[in-house]
Every structure is written in C-alpha cells, then in structure tokens.
Design a protein. Sequence first.
Lengths: 327, 327
Amino acid sequence: MMTEFEFIRNIKKKYGLDRVGDDCAVLPKDSKTDLVVTADLLVEDIDFRLDWTTPEFLGQKALTVSLSDIAAMGGTPRWAMLSIAVPETLWRGDFLDRFYEGWHRNARKWGVELVGGDVSRTPDKFVVDSIVGGDVPAGGAVLRRGAKVGDAIVVTDRVGGSAGGLKLLESGRRAGEQNESWEEALLSVHLQPSPQTGTGVFLRERKLANSMIDISDGLASDLKHICNASNVGARVTAESIPLDPNLRNLIEDFEKRFTFAISGGEDFQLLFTLPRENVSELSAGPIDGSDHGVFTVIGEVTSNAGVIEIVRNGKTEILEAKGYRHF
Amino acid sequence: MMTEFEFIRNIKKKYGLDRVGDDCAVLPKDSKTDLVVTADLLVEDIDFRLDWTTPEFLGQKALTVSLSDIAAMGGTPRWAMLSIAVPETLWRGDFLDRFYEGWHRNARKWGVELVGGDVSRTPDKFVVDSIVGGDVPAGGAVLRRGAKVGDAIVVTDRVGGSAGGLKLLESGRRAGEQNESWEEALLSVHLQPSPQTGTGVFLRERKLANSMIDISDGLASDLKHICNASNVGARVTAESIPLDPNLRNLIEDFEKRFTFAISGGEDFQLLFTLPRENVSELSAGPIDGSDHGVFTVIGEVTSNAGVIEIVRNGKTEILEAKGYRHF
C-alpha cells in the first residue's frame, strides 16, 4: 500500500509534473541565464489550518515554500504569481488584507515582484498556488543528481524545528499565547519559516554544491531524493545532525528525538553535497548575510546506491525506504 | 453592491495580481524576447462541474484558458505548469489519466511542454491552477491599452456559443447524448474551446492590432476592459456582431439572443482594434492555418471614454456598466 506521499510522487512522475525531478524546472532564458520556476499548491486543512496560524503567517509561508525551491537550485528569485481560491466566509473582513501583507513583506525582503495570478471563489476551503520565477547563470542550476562518492553531506542551520512546532499545534498550543520561549521558538519555525535564499546563491556562485535540495519532506526523505537522483548512497552520523535544540524540551529520548527530527518536513533548510576538500570554503558564506549560513557536515556520499546508513555509537543501521527505522 | 465579478476584479487590482492589467504579465527575457506568463485557477462547482464535462474535456479546457491569454498578447506558448488538488474520490480510477490525456493532447497540438507543477490532496473539490509561459519579441506584446480613436473593432470567429452550451448544460443536456446537431455544437464550444493562438501571433507579427483581449468574461465586459485601459469609448453595430448561428435555435428573439451572446463568457475569441486602413490586411491571416481566422468588424473606437454605444436600426443605446441593457 502506497502512502499518500508516495502516491503524489508517482502522480508527479507519471504525468510529467516532475520532468527534471528537481525543486524547480530549468528553462533557457538567454545566452547567459536560465529561468528557474516552481509552483507550490497549499490547500486548507491539508497543508495548513486557519485556526493554527494567522493570515500574515500564511501569506509569508506561501511565498517561502516557493522561495525555498528557488534557493535549492541556487537561484535568485525575481517574480511571483499567486492564484487564490477564496471561500465566501473569507471574502469579507480583513483576512485577504492580512494574507497579502504577510506575502508582500516577505516578497519585499527578497526583492520579488508580484506580476500576476488569478482569483476564484471556492465552496469552502482556501487554496493558494504560489508560483515563483528566478534566475541562475546558464547551466549553473544546482540539481539533485550531481552527488559524487566521497562527497561530504552538509545541512544548513537546524532541522526538526518545524515538526516540533507542528506537534505543539496538534497538542493545542498556539503562537502568541502563553507559551514557554522554547515553544514559541518551535511554533515560529513552523509558522514563519525563512528561505535559505542567500545561502543557495552563495553555494552556486562559489560552485560549492555538487547537488542540492531543500528540506521540505524531511531530511531523511530529501537525502533519499539526492541519492536516487545521483545514483549514490549516504552514510550519516546521527550525533552530527544539528537537531533544533528546543526539541530537547519536547522529546527527551535522543533516539526518538532524532527519528522525529529527520522524518519531519518543512524545515526549508538546504541539504547539499560537495567534495571533502572544499568544506573549508563554506566558512566564507553566505555572502549577503541575509540568512544564517550555519553549515554542518553530517556524513558522506557512498557508492551503495539508494542506501542510507545511519551511524550511531559505531553501530550502523539502514534507513528504511518509508522513513527512519530507529536503532 | 458589487457583483462577485467586480469583487474579484477589485481583489486582483488591490493586491497587485493584475499589475499590467492585461491577459498576461510581460517580463524581459533577453534582448530580443519578452516572457509572457499567465495563471488561471479553476475550482470545481465554481468554474466547472464534473458531471457536465468529461475528464478529457476538462484537461483540454484547463490549458486552453491559459493559451487564450497568451494568444491575446500575440504570444507563442512554450511551456506550462499544472498544479492540481485532488479529492480522495478521484485518486483512484482513471480520472487523472483521462484529465492529463486531454491536457497533453492540447499541449502537443500547440507545442507546449509541461515542465512542472504541484499536486496536493483536497478535502472535496478538484482544483486546477494552469500556468503557461510564452514568448513575444521584446516590446511587442499586444496590450489592452493601445486602442486609438477611429480604430476598427474586430472580433474573431463567433461569439455566444459558449454561453449557449452552458445554458444547455444547465437545462440538463449532456455532450454525446441524444442531442440535435446544433445542441452538440454549442456544447462543444463550451466544453472544448480552442485558443486563437495562430491568429494572435499573426496579428502581432503583422502589427495589425493596436490593442487586444481574449473574450473570457464576455464581449461586452471585455470590450469595456479595452476601452478603460485605452481611455477611449466604442460604438458597436448590433447586427454586425457574429453571433453563433446555433444560438438561433436556443433563443428566437434577436434582442434577447444578442444580449445573451455579448454577456456570456468563455468564447476565447480575440477582440482587438486596428486602424481602419489596415482592415484589408486581415484577409492574409492567419498564417499557420491552425485556427479559424474569420474576422468581423463590429464597430469603431470613439473618444467617448469608457462609454460603449450599441447601434441598432439607426438607434443608439448605451451599454450599462454592469452588462448590456437591452433596447
């Protein structure tokens, strides 16, 4: 029995929605530049819940998910379109004003111009399709398929915080209410994620990444995507993965916390591979200071195609296809 | 009280979804070429009904609505993205296969490549966001704002057929069932419209159109959009408008039929203006023979900004803001 996740992947492959099998489609723009373009569909009660977020946060995140795809190609975002289907209950009132305020604030920050889109009614659920186009130098887009045996595997910033925030929302916590500071921090990672735009551009400009993806499905799944696209394997050291430190308050046991963090989606960090000898060059970035740019080597690329090994305390376990199998 | 239509227009203006106020956004591509790009959102039970169409027809039409926007700029369509939100009831079975078959058949016909998109679940209603990108020579896109006083106003092919088909669907008729041939023809105009792609390119290449729009809201509304964007008025001769001949079987009275036809949307014909002296050059087109290319002069551009006059039997009436006021 396929999971919904696998089913959607299959649909995308089957019908050509995933032609390049990457975060963005890459299209020739001019002799020096390629266009990278992505679409992300968010459906109420599937991809978000209105009572868990604010209209501003939702507008912000709707753009971030697409900016993150552009970042994963090493692209510079330029323009966006936004298609929204709005139920009658949201027509009136300030919902749309606040949604667009969040969207536009994020767009201004990253220099993205809204150039079009569409509006329709919907019988009940709010739907957003976020489309972003960006530039990369011709042939310079960082794909998933370039990982080489022996490469270091690197992740930006921290992982698992978004899954932690989601778990808090599921348990009834809401942002801005009487939370501990660690709870507020996790909620913020989930509700107001930032794209790693500056870091993506830095890695592409310095030619530091052989392959790259953004962590939207979860570190384990997204590493698998790189391995499959590159026809390689990966060996990861469990203790080296930079788990969000606030997760410690949520899940005490390391193994449970680790499994939780690498299985959780929507971190919007970058996961990439590069030759070992170039790892020291990462300390120069990111060049624009606009995001964190903390890099952690978590493992290395192996020749064991499609297999992800997790090493902990000198013992090696195989990550199973459907997610992480704990020790 | 605003109509839903006006409300959506306002939303698009207010939030910048309609920046150029045109059928597509126009973005610089290279020194010789601009990118034209459009998004069209279709929501089940708002924009279509699954029991009124077939999955193939729906896939075909989802692409046509966007191809028509590209045509209205004089653009050549190149690539597309498709975001779909699918309810569980449609996951299984052959719905998606058939939907994509209709989409791809249309895409092959017009040389459009599917490069990406997204898939999500939806609690109940099927949602499609259709995105198409195309090319025009730099600065060559035909906008809505170029109509000049004295220009002839021209429409392609026939109008009102789609509204006729919709009326038949509302009254219980279904395509492929036991219909008269005129009924089947009207149903086909509504369910399987064709974009005027070849004609749009012809008009742009020969520099024959000062302003252009596709008829998606209805001839009356779309002529108004040209007038508003160009700060001009229009005088139209009622008898000259090429009503779909099959409408005669549906609505006997000419005035009712006329009002019905110019108020009905989704004809996906082109409506454009050009200098009187160039009208004879229209007979050369369209160059690729891929669509009808029948041109009818229906009136002229006036200096009476924002006012559309309808002339019948020598009497002139003003078309009211909210639609056509009958004689």
